[in-house]
Design a binder for this molecule. Structure first.
Ligand SMILES: Cc1cc2nc3c(=O)[nH]c(=O)nc-3n(C[C@H](O)[C@H](O)[C@H](O)COP(=O)(O)OP(=O)(O)OC[C@H]3O[C@@H](n4cnc5c(N)ncnc54)[C@H](O)[C@@H]3O)c2cc1C
Length: 440
């Protein structure tokens, strides 16, 4: 393929790649997106199953970067809605309101424990995130009672690593707004003084989170997106990438590249291969996968939650959400769905289990805790999401730097994206990164 000067080759058609294409189109810059799977959207897609839709994980659009929110509003118009749906934590057989509310919290965990948690949170001192491991950071910031009850067990389940090994960076935006002061305000005043993050309101598009990536894809133009196009080789002359190989047979010359492929995959694709120290660092970076288990039910609603969190090890999943509670068109009238997220590593455990066994396990556990009652589960779907969460451990920084310094060291290559940069980033970060990358 003759490569025009200024042509941008974009690897990966998830949110980061699509946002790069969208902003390249605005600048009138030619580009091509290469996406391995048969569809765009990556982790930020909405999956269709018969008359039902569910997101690839419980997503919400965070209003954190004003220019990005404005862009999404322009793309979606009135299809981007502000919704208010509470979330809950399943704790010892009961649902605790999340964000916490004084009466409910006291009732669910007992007056003494609630008072101790409030006292600890009041006297907690925040540690700078970078200065501590996740366990030290969470206990110091929120108090030991709240940290142990709701944060540490949940985080270990999600990332599959001991919190003393995990980096405090993982708290990042996930706990933004959940400051001790805000928690105490919530405990004392209910939602009256709560932040938007804590009062359960968020932006969510009509038709699912995938409406955002679909709008980005539409803005890119179908001719500029190649699906079913797996990058299988990246050729270089040690200073710059010269070409990419698609599906093991087509070679495309490359002028400038932006890649959102997992950085650990990128180093394996480089030809000639990277130095050993880079490969060794890449081998030290681990991702956590997610299995989504959707259960389709013959009932109008199963819960009144946006998300229910399950910190206890007793359950294989970390959280369950009901898509219809975010957008009514996600399920037909008289029916609904529940989607459980099971975090796991790539080999062993749930990842290798047959779909029907995983679905039975989730259905049984949801019946045990009373979330599925008489409603019959008439169908199920299981979706595997690799590279869902970068497991950021205390020593990840040096290995990430070794890998990214090598890749970004090529004069015409820029790594972006969540797995691409091995950072715990969000959809709005992807759109902001795409805007910058389109200017390279
Ligand atoms: C369970 C879950 C819940 C989340 N909830 C939220 C939320 O509430 N709010 C929020 O803002 N963010 C949320 N996120 C984060 C958000 O989904 C990600 O930040 C975003 O989707 C990452 O986009 P990306 O383009 O970097 O990666 P991806 O979406 O993974 O895109 C990478 C693309 O590259 C493709 N690819 C891989 N290998 C190749 C290859 N060899 N050749 C060609 N293509 C290839 C993949 O198929 C994929 O489409 C959540 C993520 C998960 C997993």
């Amino acid at each position: 393929m003759a490569d025009d000067n200024g042509h941008l080759t974009i690897l990966g058609g998830g949110a980061a790649g699509l946002a790069t294409g969208h902003y390249a189109a605005i600048r009138g810059r030619p580009f091509t997106i290469f996406e391995k799977s048969g569809h765009t959207g990556g982790m930020c897609a909405t999956i269709r199953h018969g008359d039902f839709s569910f997101d690839c994980g419980a997503h919400r659009f965070h209003d954190r970067v004003p220019e990005v929110t404005d862009e999404v509003k322009t793309l979606l118009g009135d299809r981007l809605r502000r919704i208010r749906v509470p979330s809950h934590i399943y704790h010892n057989g009961a649902l605790v309101n999340f964000p916490f509310t004084p009466f409910n919290m006291t009732k669910r965990i007992g007056a003494l424990t609630a008072a101790r948690a409030a006292m600890e949170a009041l006297t907690a001192r925040s540690l700078p995130g970078a200065a501590a491991d996740f366990e030290t950071f969470a206990s110091a910031t929120y108090g030991k009672t709240l940290a142990r009850m709701f944060l540490l067990n949940y985080s270990e389940k999600l990332w599959g690593a001991d919190c003393s090994r995990l980096s405090a960076e993982l708290a990042g935006d996930r706990l933004k707004g959940m400051t001790p002061k805000a928690l105490i305000q919530e405990l004392l005043n209910g939602h009256r003084n709560g932040s938007a993050h804590l009062d359960g309101s968020f932006y969510y598009p009509e038709g699912g989170i995938g409406a955002i990536t679909q709008a980005l894809a539409a803005a890119c133009g179908a001719d500029n997106i190649k699906t079913g196009a797996a990058v299988t080789g990246i050729e270089h002359d040690t200073r710059a990438v010269t070409s990419i190989t698609i599906n093991g047979r087509e070679r495309h010359a490359a002028h400038k590249l932006v890649s959102s492929l997992p950085c650990t995959v990128m180093v394996r694709l480089m030809n000639p291969a990277p130095p050993d120290r880079v490969l060794q660092s890449a081998a030290r970076l681990r991702f956590r996968n997610i299995i989504l288990v959707a259960l389709f039910l013959n009932t109008e609603r199963a819960t009144n939650s946006a998300t229910i969190y399950f910190p206890s090890e007793q359950f294989s999943f970390t959280r369950v959400y009901e898509p219809k509670n975010r957008c009514v068109s996600m399920s037909p009238p008289g029916q609904t769905s529940l989607v459980a997220e099971i975090p796991c590593h790539e080999s062993g455990g749930a990842w290798d289990m047959p779909d029907n066994q995983i679905a039975d396990m989730v259905e049984g556990q949801l019946a045990d805790c009373g979330i599925i009652r008489d409603a019959g589960v008439f169908d199920t779907a299981v979706v595997r999401v690799p590279h869902a969460y970068p497991v950021i451990e205390q020593d990840s920084k040096e290995h990430t730097a070794a890998v990214l310094d090598y890749l970004n060291g090529f004069a015409n290559l820029k790594m972006i994206g969540r797995a691409g940069t091995f950072r715990y980033l969000w959809l709005h970060d992807m759109i902001a990164a795409g805007r910058k990358a389109a200017q390279l």
